[in-house]
Design a protein. Structure first.
Length: 640
């Protein structure tokens, strides 16, 4: 719930300073690595990032999620036209996974469902915004809990309310009405403590961000907080005001045990954050306080200026991979629209004229582009410089490449692939392999139903659009695109809350029904509701996903524990330090420190593309030189 209406980010009180160079993003943006990829990508003349000077270079991309498809498209724009894309599943898009609902443009967003644009679409301050504009993808505000566009019900302690010493005489929902303050003095106390901390951090950081010396300041912040988890930050004593003589220190939230329990449920960003209490506090600081949790957007899809659906190429046509196996044609609705546009929308540059990656995969006389679905890679072997061998499940023989871009989750990589021949000193060091093994991937479970009606717009219906609970349901969301009836996310859970469902996840219909019954029970028992939600629900079509049980992912988002700075930076710095020698490149959320929300996957993909061009003798364009690209330094909090 870190949107301005709820927790006051303070972004618009005064404009952020202009960055000291156009190659830096302006506030708000990522804390660790500030490079303006939008400025690099945007061009009125469709100019590419660079030029491939050797048409014989062969590229393998492992994974057809957002990162893999972004890397493929941008390399293709640069004239790298010999590309094989390996995907272990039956579809493209990875964890941008939008399941269509019959008769609606609203989709079931099984993965990422709310996107930040730093701070809004049209800001030109993120990679996602570049592709949104390029592909003409439309958005609408996402109904986060406590947002100004949706009422939020809060159900605590079996409806007895937040104060266990003075419980309500009868069960009820606390209703946090849109465009109003917290509905209970105890919620107000939690609200105020988060606002004090978040405004202090954002006010100071905004003045320094994008300026020379930011990295040193950020290291000061890290020095105070890198060894603490989020729970510790919640309890850490608060300070009244920032003291410049202690640069980087903002104290904590200063909550009591009772307030911490409320914070667990009502959250600090986009719903309850209690499931994240035992991760590094740097994660919520890097995300909630640097723009990832603000002004979230629901992705509609490709709609024209009149609001009519305007699908792109291959919509509802027969689509096949390079082994002539059919797979779903693009739907151009929901978050998955980005992946579909990356693959199906034509590429135009100095080196490629109006042909998409999909079309190129059918034009064997001109291009050597291939997509191999249901074809996991099980071995990557280094033979010699610019000669890396890839072995996959469905191809009879291994294939050799000049460079290999690796995008799967680290757990899927560890469990599904063997690496051979890489030197542990100069190509695949032990700290990198250790980080791959020790990465922490959280589980997440979503339980969805289509709706018959938007219950939150029915006259006389008292059910709020959103509900935050301390039950096993955790978060409940209703949302809809255009004039659709919409969908109900009857339970949205993370980490331990999601793990409770693992034993039932093979019985998705029973689990969905159990969740719907529990929600009905809550609503009927609450004195101020007394109305079940199930009459508004299409109970015949539930859909459940448990990301921890998907073998190609083994988790939903990468997080990290406290005191893991070095482990994270071993992955962040890999392309910079080792790709030239190994021919191996990392891309995707797995190699970021702001897991989730899709933007990190886009940026790490572009990082891989930039290093691939530099390492294969390519020429950069648009006035960009590799020396303009920032580098991760070797700063180590253990040394300070």
């Amino acid at each position: 719930m870190v949107n301005k209406a709820l927790f006051g980010s303070g972004e618009d009180r005064e404009p952020a300073p202009v960055p000291s160079t156009p190659w830096r993003f302006r506030w708000p943006n990522t804390a660790d690595f500030n490079f303006n990829y939008y400025y690099l990508l945007a061009s009125k003349n469709n100019e590419s990032i660079g030029h491939n000077n050797n048409p014989q270079i062969k590229v393998a991309i492992i994974g057809a999620g957002i990162a893999g498809l972004t890397a493929a498209r941008e390399l293709f724009r640069c004239g790298y036209t010999n590309i094989d894309i390996y995907e272990a599943s039956h579809r493209i898009g990875g964890r941008t996974y939008s399941i269509p609902v019959e008769g609606q443009h609203t989709v079931l967003e099984m993965g990422a469902m709310r996107m930040p644009f730093f701070p809004k679409p049209g800001s030109c301050n993120s990679v996602l915004d570049y592709y949104r504009e390029l592909f003409q993808i439309t958005t609408q505000p996402f109904p986060d809990p406590g947002s100004p566009i949706a009422d939020t019900g809060i159900y605590l302690n079996n409806g007895c309310g937040p104060d266990t010493q003075n419980p309500y005489p009868v069960p009820q929902l606390d209703i946090w009405q849109k465009n109003s303050g917290p509905p209970n003095p105890l919620f107000q106390d939690v609200y105020d403590k988060w606002v004090n901390f978040s405004n202090m951090v954002t006010t100071v950081c905004k003045k320094l961000y994008g300026q020379d010396g930011w990295e040193d300041f950020w290291h000061n912040v890290v020095q105070y907080y890198w060894d603490k988890n989020f729970r510790e930050l919640v309890y850490m004593p608060a300070i009244d005001r920032y003291d410049p003589s202690k640069p980087g220190y903002f104290g904590g939230l200063g909550m009591t045990e009772a307030e911490s329990k409320l914070f667990y449920t009502i959250g600090a960003g986009d719903g309850g954050w209690g499931a994240f209490y035992d991760i590094s506090c740097l994660y919520p600081m890097r995300t909630l306080l640097f723009g990832f949790g603000t002004n979230h957007q629901l992705i509609q899809g490709t709609f024209n200026g009149e609001g009519n659906f305007a699908p792109g190429p291959q919509h509802q046509e027969r689509t096949t991979d390079s082994l002539d196996r059919e797979f779903d044609s693009p739907g151009y609705v929901g978050v998955q629209t980005f992946a579909e546009c990356l693959f199906y929308q034509p590429v135009t540059s100095e080196f490629v004229e109006n042909v998409s990656l999909y079309q190129a995969s059918k034009m064997k006389d001109r291009y050597a582009v291939n997509l191999y679905l249901k074809n996991p890679v099980n071995k990557i072997k280094y033979l010699d410089r610019r000669n890396v061998e890839v072995t996959s499940a469905k191809l009879e023989k291994p294939r050799n490449y000049d460079l290999v871009i690796l995008t799967p989750t680290t757990w899927a990589t560890e469990m599904g692939m063997v690496f051979e021949g890489f030197d542990p000193k100069t190509q695949l060091p032990f700290d990198v392999t250790y980080s791959i093994k020790e990465s922490h991937w959280i589980s997440s479970c979503k339980v969805f139903y289509p709706l018959k009606q938007r219950y939150w717009e029915i006259s006389g219906c008292p059910i709020p659009q959103l509900i935050s609970t301390d039950t096993y349901l955790q978060g409940v969301y209703g949302y809809a695109v255009k004039d659709d009836p919409g969908v109900l996310l009857v339970s949205y859970t993370w980490e331990d809350d999601a793990n409770k469902f693992i034993a039932q996840s093979d019985r998705s219909e029973q689990l969905a029904q159990q969740c719907l019954d529990e929600l009905d029970k809550i609503l009927i028992e609450c004195e101020n509701i007394r109305t079940p939600i199930s009459p508004y629900v299409d109970t015949s079509k539930p859909t459940v996903i448990h990301w921890a049980k998907k073998p190609n992912y083994r988790g939903c988002a990468k997080l990290y524990r406290e005191m893991t700075w070095n482990e994270n930076y071993a992955l962040l710095r890999y392309n910079q330090n080792y790709s030239a020698n190994s021919g191996l490149y990392f891309a995707g959320e797995a190699f970021s420190v702001e897991g989730g929300w899709t933007e990190p996957a886009l940026r790490t993909a572009l990082d891989a593309v930039i290093h691939a061009i530099a390492n294969t003798g390519g020429t950069f364009l648009k006035g960009f030189q590799y020396s303009d690209y920032p580098k991760y330094d070797n700063w180590n909090p253990f040394d300070h």
